[in-house]
Design a protein around this ligand. Structure first.
Ligand code: NAD
Length: 411
C-alpha cells in the first residue's frame, strides 16, 4: 500500500471516529495548492538539463505551511501529496502553529556537482518564491537536501523579498539555524519513548533497544538513549547490522561510523544478518531508516514489546494489524518523529524575534512539547477507545478541523 493510500485511510478512520461532516472531511483531504514547475539549468559541461519541481501546500488553517524539500529521482506528486498531508496532522499533533506542505525536485543529487545543485536550487526558488513566504510556507531539508540547500534558498528568496532568514528552517547556525536542530528528531524520539514507557511504570534505563538506521535520526536517538542509561543491543545501516547482548558502546560506534562510513566491522560487536535485525530479541524497536520495513512477511516474528516509529511510515497497515493482535504497542510516526519539525518551529520563532536561544532552552522546550502532545494523544485514545496511531490522527485532524470551522467558509 503506498503512502498516500495509507495516510488517507488513517485520516478517514479518524474523521469517522470524530464524526466529521462529509463536506468538511473532503475539504480537509484536498490540498490547498499543488505547484509544479520546470527548472532548466546549464550543466557544468555547457549542455542544458531540465527537471520538474513540486510543492504541495496541503493546509494552512492553523498557520503557515511547513515541510521538507527532497531531491530524489523518484519524487512523485502522489507521494509528495501524502507527505504534505502527514505534515498537516503532525504539526497539529505537537500543537505548533503550522499547516503542512512538502516538495521536491525529480533529480539524482549524487550525479550533480555542487555548482549544478546550487543553480537548480536557485532556479526552483525563483519559480516558487511568490508562493512561499515566512507567513505562507516555510521549507526545510529532507532526503537529498541539507543545510547548504536551505542557505541557497534563503539567499535567492532574500533577493526578491529582502533578508528573510525565517523563510527556511534547518539552516546553518551561522545563518540563523537553531542550536539543537541537528539532534532534535532523535532527541524527540527519546522524549516520546520516555513518555510511553512511563505509562507502563518503566524507564529508558531498564530497557533493551534495537535501532534500524544509523543516520541523523537513528544515531542521535541511540546516543541520547545511551546517555540516559538505555542499553542499545543492535543497530544497522546500509553497510550491515551489528549486535552486542551486553549493550553497544554508542560513542565508540559513532566514532567508528565517522571514520569508516558505516557500522560494519565495528570491533565491539558481532555482525548479524540485516534481515533479522527487526526480529532481534529486545524491548523497544526503533525503525529509523526506510518506510514499509515492517510488513506482513516479518511482523509475526517481531519480539519487541514497543515499536517507536522514528522513520516515516515504517509499518504497513497489514503489519499494524498483526502487531496489534500480538499486543505490540506502536508509537506512530506523526507523533514519534515530530521533534524535528518542533525545533524547526523554534528556529522560525528565534528568527522572527531576532533573539537566539541557548541549546538547553531548545531541549527543555522540546521536552515540554513532546510530553504534552503525548498526554493529549492519550486523552484522545481514552475518548475514542482507539490505539495510539488513531489517538494521534484524531488529535491532529480534530485540531485542524476546529481551526477550519472557526475561520469559516465565507468567500
Ligand atoms: P539519513 O539519510 O541521515 O539516515 C538514514 C539511515 O538509514 C542511514 O544510516 C542509512 O545507512 C540507513 N539505511 C538505509 N537503507 C537501509 C536499510 N535497508 N537497512 C538499514 N539501514 C538502512 O536519514 P534520517 O534523516 O536519519 O531519516 C531517517 C528516517 O527518519 C526517514 O524515514 C525520514 O523520513 C525520517 N525522518 C527524519 C527526520 C529528520 O529530522 N532527519 C524527521 C522526521 C522523520
Amino acid at each position: 500500500m503506498n503512502a498516500l493510500v495509507a495516510t488517507s485511510r488513517n485520516f478517514k478512520q479518524a474523521a469517522r471516529l470524530l464524526g466529521l461532516d462529509s463536506k468538511l472531511e473532503r475539504s480537509l483531504l484536498i490540498p490547498f495548492r499543488e505547484i509544479k514547475v520546470e527548472c532548466t539549468i546549464p550543466r557544468d559541461d555547457g549542455s542544458l538539463a531540465s527537471y520538474v519541481g513540486f510543492r504541495v501546500q496541503h493546509d494552512n488553517a492553523r498557520g503557515p505551511m511547513k515541510g521538507g524539500i527532497r531531491y530524489h529521482p523518484e519524487v512523485d506528486p502522489d507521494e509528495v501529496n501524502a507527505l504534505a498531508q502527514l505534515m498537516t496532522w503532525k504539526t497539529a499533533v505537537v500543537n505548533i502553529p503550522y499547516g503542512g506542505a512538502k516538495g521536491g525536485i525529480g533529480c539524482s543529487p549524487g550525479n550533480l556537482s555542487l555548482s549544478e545543485l546550487e543553480r537548480l536550487t536557485r532556479v526552483f526558488t525563483q519559480k516558487i518564491h511568490d508562493l512561499i513566504g515566512v507567513q505562507t510556507d516555510v521549507p526545510a531539508p529532507d532526503m537529498g537536501t541539507n543545510s547548504q540547500t536551505m542557505a541557497w534558498i534563503l539567499d535567492e528568496y532574500s533577493k526578491f523579498h529582502g533578508y528573510s532568514p525565517a523563510i527556511v528552517t534547518g539552516k546553518p547556525v551561522d545563518l540563523g539555524g537553531s542550536l539543537g536542530r541537528d539532534a532534535a528528531t532523535g532527541r524527540g524520539v527519546m522524549f516520546a519513548t520516555e513518555a510511553l514507557l512511563a505509562e507502563y511504570g518503566m524507564s529508558i534505563s531498564d530497557q533493551r533497544f534495537v535501532v534500524q538506521g544509523f543516520g541523523n535520526v537513528g544515531s542521535w536517538a541511540a546516543e541520547i538513549i545511551h546517555e540516559n542509561g538505555g542499553k542499545v543491543v543492535a543497530v544497522s545501516d546500509v553497510t550491515g547490522a551489528i549486535k552486542n547482548r551486553n549493550g553497544l558502546d554508542i560513542p565508540a560506534l559513532i566514532k567508528h561510523v565517522k571514520q569508516n562510513g558505516g557500522v560494519k566491522d565495528f570491533e565491539g560487536a558481532d555482525s548479524i544478518d540485516p534481515k533479522t535485525l527487526l526480529l532481534e530479541d529486545c524491548d523497544v524497536l526503533i525503525p529509523a531508516a526506510l518506510g514499509g520495513v515492517l510488513n506482513r512477511e516479518n511482523a509475526g516474528d517481531v519480539k519487541a514489546k514497543f515499536i517507536i516509529e522514528a522513520a516515516n511510515h515504517p509499518t504497513d497497515p497489514e503489519a499494524d494489524e498483526i502487531l496489534s493482535k500480538k499486543g505490540v504497542i506502536i508509537l506512530p510516526d506523526i507523533y514519534a518523529n515530530a521533534g524535528g519539525v518542533t525545533v524547526s518551529y523554534f528556529e522560525w520563532v528565534q528568527n522572527i524575534q531576532g533573539f537566539m536561544w541557548d541549546e538547553t532552552k531548545v531541549n527543555d522546550e522540546l521536552k515540554k512539547y513532546m510530553t504534552r502532545a503525548f498526554q493529549n494523544l492519550k486523552e484522545m485514545c481514552g475518548t475514542h477507545n482507539c490505539n495510539l496511531r488513531m489517538g494521534a490522527f484524531t488529535l491532529g485532524v480534530n485540531r485542524v478541523a476546529r481551526a477550519t470551522v472557526l475561520r469559516g467558509w465565507e468567500a
